[in-house]
Design a protein around this ligand. Structure first.
Ligand SMILES: Cc1cc2nc3c(=O)[nH]c(=O)nc-3n(C[C@H](O)[C@H](O)[C@H](O)COP(=O)(O)O)c2cc1C
Length: 218
């Protein structure tokens, strides 16, 4: 069965400076292109398209099927997907708050037992590597373990145009290879997890449904 991968775009920024705004849109488009080149079904999840309730109330706090429509729809998409790509800028040496906020609205039972891939970028020279470090912890806690290879894109406004295609002077073949190493690992793990998922790993332990104290040692 063809893999179904969600690409989360980790920016909701519309400010200038720093320019350009929403560099993440280019990176997400480029990522989708590489996934599609491998015959993987890639769907963009853009936080600007999703209305979330204020004050914060996560999906699992609602009675079954009673969350606001956007949340229900996204919960179903997260639950059905075979894996995730998390595209994040680096804000103050951390992952995107917009991405963390969006992901926090859904419980780990929806993400778990599927892999994720970390893609970070920046307008400057470090490519978001410092954000990537804490993304590993974050995604592991959600249960969608990140694959070992990662994609970091420094000065990404010089690599991709607004459609996520390479700038004329860029060596696209090398960048393709760089992307495909990580996305290839993601696809391998997603395929493996796809065949295992019907074995209900949660049956080995009761899910946590009531209180965080359920996680505590006896
Ligand atoms: C609040 C804020 C904090 C930032 N912090 C960092 C940082 O720690 N490291 C870095 O390399 N770039 C940082 N930048 C610059 C971003 O890499 C750059 O603005 C990039 O375009 C952000 O992605 P976006 O356009 O998709 O939102 C920061 C930008 C903003 C707005």
């Amino acid at each position: 069965m063809a893999l179904d991968i969600l690409v989360f775009l980790g920016s909701i920024r519309d400010s200038s400076p720093p320019r350009p705004a929403r560099l993440g849109h280019r990176i997400a488009q480029a990522t989708m292109r590489r996934l599609e080149a491998s015959n993987i079904n890639a769907s963009l999840i853009d936080p600007l398209d999703i209305t979330l309730p204020k004050p914060f109330k996560p999906h699992f706090s609602y009675a079954k099927g009673k969350a606001p429509q956007d949340m229900e729809t996204l919960a179903q998409r997260i639950g059905k997907a075979d894996g995730y790509v998390m595209v994040s800028p680096e804000y103050n040496h951390s992952m995107s708050p917009a991405l963390a906020d969006l992901l926090n609205h859904f419980g780990s039972s929806l993400y778990a037992y599927k892999p994720s891939a970390i893609v970070t970028y920046s307008a400057g020279q470090w490519g978001g590597t410092r954000a990537a470090v804490n993304m590993r912890t974050f995604l592991s806690e959600l249960g969608c373990l990140p694959v070992s290879a990662m994609i970091h894109i420094p000065k990404s406004q010089e690599i991709f145009n607004e459609d996520g295609a390479y700038m004329p002077e860029v060596d696209g073949t090398r960048w393709d290879g760089y992307f495909d190493r990580t996305l290839g690992q993601l696809a391998w793990w997603a395929k493996a997890a796809q065949t295992q998922r019907n074995q209900a790993p949660d049956a080995m332990a009761e899910p946590f449904t009531k209180s965080p104290s359920q996680r505590n040692a006896p």
